[in-house]
Design a protein around this ligand. Structure first.
Ligand SMILES: [Zn+2]
Length: 581
């Protein structure tokens, strides 16, 4: 089948989403398709949501798929996990109805209850196979007593709750919140921003407007332009909320309902705002080749999530510091704690950044009990790479340029001029241009390899030294963590520790040590003064076993950043530029 090119301005596809049983978590979708030709129509639903690198199998929530032309039912069949074939029989206009069960609370999945609906569009809307560029209209019919709709989609024809999507990539990138959210607005960088607060919270609107505007202004200054005229923040407030998902002209954030009055929680909320907002440039527009246009049927592989996510993670805190929300010292503490987290992560010696990016679909998003031994985060390690390169650029340019300049150049070159994704080599070439050095060796060791990052050298550019302290060599360390629900049960075993060498296993129940009944093996070991051998009695799947464990000291190190006493003029200038003082 084919859809005729649009001869008229009215889109051929009109969606109507209603909520006849919101308390049972259903969205009812009606899809009207006009100007059809041919006998067959294949409709598909994405299996993943861009920005969240996991195949989530959204069609698993679809039921009651039914096609008709006028009063006449049309036969249809499922042909793959995410495709339906409709026997159109030459009809010009058809209507497809289906229901979607929405009961997964997250920024990338849909949720409906009696109080509101959050529609994450990749799991709600279907598109005609081959028709991804078709425009559509989306009409929302709110449930009784729901009064508001918040979305980055533009209104269509001045009709209430009716929106226009120029193509399906756009629609899939435009989440929709329906209910009675608390909406407020502010203008920053010439862009009108709408904030939709869902679920209540102890936030102060005036304070948020001011602080969010500062973040927006600082980020726009990095790239020199803000591509949107309007931007929407949908904020879901939960007891313990967090996380976010970026979109072209909107974002969805999770926040803690009662955390706005706590300084640290509020700062990290604004850092999350900065993170998702920075993405409107870095990843939504400036992007690796694999990340747009998307294949919605399967994994989209890239080795560059350390740029897309890691650089964004670097900037989220840096911008928050530039906006005056973190003090420079608080910001340096974040860098220090990232260094500790990355360098002490055992998987940092197993998985490189490029591997972590490529395998995000099966590793980062599908962690298991062995993940700490085998994987590294492209967020915090990518952020530290950005930090080193920022310092390298500032140093190489005598404090005239920074990573900002490289990011702006990359945005102009690959989004504005070429309007395509960058390859790994192309992004590397930009970093080489600005750091004024060949980065073959840097990539080989730190991006594609697993060597310790060269913090001492780069931090020295800004007049800092890295202090490294080994763990107490006399203090016994077992190398396990215990289950939160049952402190007798082993949850993880760390590589190369005494427990790992001796063969204590995840799920083993520790009954006794040296003949003494114990309820918490870690408390027992922490009370010891020397590195002795212990005799563990464990229950493994109903069988009792004795395992001898030779305790060893912990291999973890403590890293700290200290300012050197007499920095040179150049080090002072680099520091000033780095902190944007
Ligand atoms: Zn991100």
């Amino acid at each position: 089948m084919s859809l005729k090119s649009e001869a008229k301005t009215e889109p051929n596809i009109v969606f109507e989403v209603s909520f006849t049983q919101p308390q049972a978590h259903y969205a009812d979708v009606k899809m009207e398709i006009n100007n059809l030709s041919g006998n067959e129509l294949i409709l598909k639903m994405p299996v993943w949501a861009p920005g969240s690198y996991l195949v989530r199998e959204f069609p698993k929530n679809v039921e009651a798929f039914y096609a008709k032309a006028g009063a006449e039912a049309l036969a249809s069949e499922k042909i793959t996990k995410n495709a339906w074939k409709v026997n159109v029989r030459g009809k010009k206009s058809i209507i497809v109805n289906y229901r979607v069960y929405c009961f997964e609370i997250s920024v990338r999945t849909s949720f409906v209850d009696e109080s509101h609906a959050f529609l994450s569009p990749t799991g709600i809307f279907m598109y005609p196979d081959g028709g991804i560029n078709q425009a559509s209209i989306v009409r929302i019919i709110p449930a009784k007593n729901w009064k508001k709709v918040s979305t980055g989609l533009d209104n269509y024809g001045g009709q209430a709750f009716t929106y226009y999507a120029p193509n399906f990539d756009w629609l899939f990138d435009s989440p929709i919140e329906v209910g009675n959210q608390d909406v407020f607005e502010f203008t920053a960088a010439g862009v009108k921003h709408e904030v939709a607060m869902v679920g209540g919270g102890n936030y102060d609107k005036a304070e948020l407007k001011l602080d969010m505007a500062k973040v927006v202004e600082r980020e726009t200054a990095v790239f020199g332009e803000n591509p949107n005229k309007r931007y929407v923040f949908i904020v879901h407030n939960y007891k313990n909320g967090g996380g976010g998902l970026e979109h072209l002209n909107s974002t969805v954030l999770g926040a803690s309902r009662d955390g706005y009055k706590d300084r640290e929680t509020y700062q990290s909320f604004l850092a999350l705002v900065a993170h998702e907002y920075f993405h409107l440039w870095n990843v939504k527009r400036l992007r690796p080749v694999a990340l747009g246009p998307f294949n919605y049927d399967a994994e989209n592989y890239t080795t560059n999530l350390w740029v897309a996510e890691g650089f964004t993670a670097y900037y989220d805190n840096l911008i928050t510091q530039r906006a005056g929300i973190y003090t420079p010292n608080e910001w340096l503490n974040i860098i220090e704690s990232d260094i500790n987290a990355v360098e002490n992560r055992l998987g940092n010696k197993t998985q490189s950044l490029s591997e972590a990016s490529f395998d995000a679909w099966i590793k980062a998003y599908r962690p298991n009990e062995n993940s700490a031994n085998t994987t590294v985060s492209y967020y915090n390690k990518g952020s530290l790479i950005a930090c080193l390169l920022d310092l390298a650029i500032i140093n190489a340019s005598d404090a005239k340029l920074s990573l900002d300049d490289a990011m702006r150049f990359a945005y102009n070159e690959y989004y504005k001029k070429k309007n395509r994704g960058y390859s790994d080599a192309e992004f590397k070439a930009i970093l080489e241009k600005y750091t004024k050095q060949n980065l073959d060796d840097f990539y080989k060791r730190y991006i594609n390899g697993t060597e310790d990052l060269p913090f001492a050298k780069y931090l020295n550019y800004a007049g800092f030294q890295l202090m490294v302290q080994d763990a107490d060599q006399q203090k016994p360390y077992l190398g396990i963590s215990l289950s939160k629900d049952n402190t007798s049960q082993i949850a993880t075993v760390s590589r190369n520790t005494g427990a790992w060498v001796a063969g204590l296993n995840v799920n083993d129940e520790i009954i006794a040590i040296n003949g003494e009944r114990v309820s918490n093996a870690l408390d027992y070991v922490n009370g010891l003064k020397e590195l002795k051998e212990l005799d563990f009695l464990i229950n493994r799947d109903g069988v009792l076993k004795n395992i001898k464990v030779q305790l060893k000291p912990s291999a973890s190190k403590k890293y700290s950043i200290r300012q050197i006493e007499n920095p040179t003029e150049k080090q002072k200038a680099v520091l000033e530029k780095w902190l944007s003082l």
